[in-house]
Ligand binder design. Structure first.
Ligand SMILES: Cc1cc2nc3c(=O)[nH]c(=O)nc-3n(C[C@H](O)[C@H](O)[C@H](O)COP(=O)(O)OP(=O)(O)OC[C@H]3O[C@@H](n4cnc5c(N)ncnc54)[C@H](O)[C@@H]3O)c2cc1C
Length: 374
């Protein structure tokens, strides 16, 4: 039997991005339903590294740098609110972060990237490039053969699964409706908004938010819009519990509050939708990790996993009203950007007016890039 639902706003997707926006909308007093697929669905939100990160963001789209800086600046407010409202500590730490480079060639590329990022905010971005000696003064456990790395004080980490849990709990506690096992299969424009069909449910909403990660490509087709997101697999290793030996967070390795270490991650552009791990990549990640941290030779890896990143052509977020009252929200860094999704992006969907700092994140930039290339 088909069940009918009505809501002011329907958010399609049940990952970190969808729940950040949906929770923000509930805080603004909107009546929201979140429509999600089943337990077997692919979810980057369950397989990520948990960095709350700015380093490197904006090398392909300049306005991404101030956007990411703004996001990490207000992250402590989000963590505090989630702790007070849901009782869940999302384990935010912002001690600063390092990106390690094994070779001089990688280090030179990194220096170029960081200079571009700093230029995007006219130098109002603090970072330093470090050689091996400077790195080892900061973290003595780093190996002698590592060429160097970049350091920036804005970076940190949170526990991504606790964040995911806390957002779901906050959304429910605010009175939001969650429809699981309900993949949207058809979207039709109506006189008062949209009708969404899942096969079991029919949902009428005045506004819709497309926040379904890689599923946004299919949702776009239902609206006649090309949404250029593709999967890029990342594999991550988890060690047994080890004593904490450094405080800084690194893009290649981090201590978790549970005592394990996460080691990552690969960037596999030809993965398609396959989340499998492979021996070849696991071996490469482990070999890099041993060069970065020789002490890991005595530490066991307990498990590994693969998950799919949601990547746009310039690896930056896309925010756009793709049809009247149909808002697209997608990005690679859903953990890092959670606080601005809950605040600024929810406000945009609520009011329907895009704020200046988000105005150039739309799909038009890809059309312009295509036109310039042809
Ligand atoms: C290996 C790896 C490492 C990462 N590391 C970091 C990091 O350190 N820091 C960071 O900020 N980010 C990181 N990310 C990215 C982060 O995980 C994602 O940005 C974030 O989880 C994306 O969330 P999402 O909600 O957009 O998508 P997902 O978590 O993929 O969720 C998509 C949801 O949409 C639902 N869905 C799809 N189609 C439909 C449909 N038709 N109808 C209804 N529902 C649908 C699915 O069921 C799913 O629940 C990493 C990702 C990976 C893979």
């Amino acid at each position: 039997m088909n069940t009918s639902h009505k809501a002011e706003i329907a958010v399609i997707g049940g990952g970190t991005v969808a729940l950040s926006v949906a929770t923000g909308l509930m805080r603004l007093g909107r009546q929201v339903v979140v429509i999600d697929e089943g337990d077997g669905a692919s979810r980057a939100s369950r397989g990520n590294f948990g960095l709350v990160w700015v380093q490197g963001k904006g090398d392909m789209l300049p306005l991404y740098t101030p956007w990411a800086m703004g996001a990490v600046e207000i992250w402590p407010d989000l963590a505090e609110w989630l702790q007070d409202f849901t009782g869940i500590d999302v384990a935010l730490e912002q001690p600063g972060g390092l990106f390690l480079c094994r070779s001089e060639e990688d280090l030179a590329l990194r220096a170029k990237k960081m200079a571009t990022v700093a230029q995007n905010v006219r130098g109002a971005y603090s970072y330093s490039m470090l050689d091996n000696k400077a790195l080892r003064e900061l973290v003595p456990q780093i190996g002698p053969d590592v060429a160097g790395g970049s350091y920036s004080p804005y970076d940190g980490q949170a526990d991504p699964l606790r964040l995911f849990h806390a957002l779901h709990r906050a959304f429910g506690k605010l009175g939001g409706s969650y429809l699981p096992g309900a993949g949207v299969k058809a979207i039709t424009a109506t006189a008062r908004g949209y009708r969404l069909e899942t096969g079991c449910d029919s949902i009428e909403a005045e506004r819709i938010v497309l926040a379904a990660g890689l599923g946004n490509a299919d949702l776009g087709r239902m609206l006649g819009v090309d949404i250029p997101v593709k999967p890029v697999r990342g594999q991550i290793l988890v060690t047994e519990r080890v004593p904490k030996v450094f405080d800084l967070v690194m893009e290649q390795a981090r201590h978790t509050p549970d005592g394990t270490m996460l080691i990552g991650g690969s960037w596999e552009e030809d993965s398609g939708h396959d989340t499998a791990t492979s021996q070849e990549v696991t071996r490469r990640i482990a070999s890099d990790a041993l060069a970065f941290f020789p002490f890991l030779k005595r530490v066991n890896v307990l498990r590994s996993w693969g998950a799919l990143r949601i990547i746009s052509p310039d690896a930056s977020p896309i925010y756009d009203e793709v049809a009247p009252d149909a808002f697209l929200v997608t990005c690679h860094s859903g953990v890092s950007l959670a606080a601005v999704h809950l605040e600024t992006v929810a406000d945009w969907v609520d009011k329907g007016e895009i704020p200046a700092q988000m105005a150039d994140f739309g799909l038009r930039r890809f059309h312009r890039a295509k036109a310039a290339a042809s």
